[in-house]
Design a protein around this ligand. Sequence first.
Ligand code: ZN
Length: 238
Amino acid sequence: MDKFQHDGWCPICEKNETFISEHSWFRDHLLCSGCGSIPRERAIFKIIKDYFPDYKNLMIHETSPGVRGASIKLQKECIHYTTSQYFPSIPSGSTHPSGYRCENLEALTFSDNFFDVFISQDVMEHIFNPEKAFKEIVRVLKPGGAHIFTVPIINKTKKSERWASMSDNGEIIYHHEPEYHGNPVDAKGSLVTMHWGYDIASLIQEVAKMPTVIIQIDDIDKGIRAEYIDVLVSIKQY
Ligand SMILES: [Zn+2]
């Protein structure tokens, strides 16, 4: 396709920038000329600011942060922003040679009621036991705190489907042809375990008692236009 170009205002740069794509698949290619972010990163950052205008002073944790966009901005601006990555080879809570704290979303080592905001960007489709992960996330959130995240809801109105799971003895069970997404800390990529549908919100309510809204933004003037860029906000009630 011809190069797409649109002048607008980037929620991450917080100034006028140009959004440019050389490909029709905007999800991975509609880049901000200022920060290099993609649409879902601008969407989640806008939602973080909308829901938590005081985010710079809050206790924020991000699992598997990105290498640009919202993650870098939060790192720069938030005094209490921390991150972790999952390394199966080392104990949770310890520090990997890469400098990252190791945390397994299904068994976090943080205390209860610890964070105001828990962030994940395209992570929840790679968890073997997402039910356990949602329970852990609600446990470490303070009442009134939120899990704000992006996840590709590729099944849309169809039911969520388990794509891969793990047996009790640690073997991976493939229910369908294996799929992988790029992972900055693992060259093999991350195995896709879930094809989510909009029923993800009911599952979170059921297992973690967190009401969840699914926010779909289409706002080309903020560079937010693409498939599968829903932002989910789950609030801890008590
Ligand atoms: Zn930008």
